[in-house]
Design a protein around this ligand. Sequence first.
Ligand code: SF4
Length: 203
Amino acid sequence: MCDHMIEVGSVPFRVEPKGISKSMISALLGKGKKYGLTDIIPLPTDKIVVAEWVRLKCSYGCSNYNTSWCCPPVTPSYEDTRNLIKEYSLALLLVGRTSRVNFYRDNQSKRAQQLRGWKGTVSIERLLFMEGFYKAFSLVGEGCALCKTCAYPENCRFPKEKRPSLESFSIDVLGTLRAVNIIPQVAKDINEHYSYYSIILLE
Ligand code: SF4
């Protein structure tokens, strides 16, 4: 057993940041492809751009504001998020592709698409936990779609499964993409495909 690990049962939990191997990324992508993921890109957490203006966009212009346990104002503040991300050293950027047809619609197809992205992300988070990344935590794209209508402000129906959106953590997704040399593009035509993203925080 390496001196940076403590044996607990059959899974050695990690107690020091060690990065993630290419073979593990490849195994995770194999799992993620079932859910439409096309890429998994490791990045240091100091590349994640957190900005106050993101919260402004949530507060003014998003119909999810104050309607979900995974969206502001109940999600962590800008300051809390900055402190929280400092407790992680590594992140995985998960990338998926889908069509734009349902992007602005509030229908079952849109929800199914969101759930597929959520399942892919959370299943990879669980795999990482089983591999000893005990701090693994997912931030998913868009709002929580686990229920047709969120129970908020009544108790969440799936408290163990829910994960907050990237934007609800004041994460500038496009700024983060640029920080890792990905040039994002806007899908302008209804038939175009576009990429969607989630992040798993790790150490
Ligand atoms: S799981 Fe349901 S109740 Fe909980 S945050 Fe998501 S949509 Fe709301």
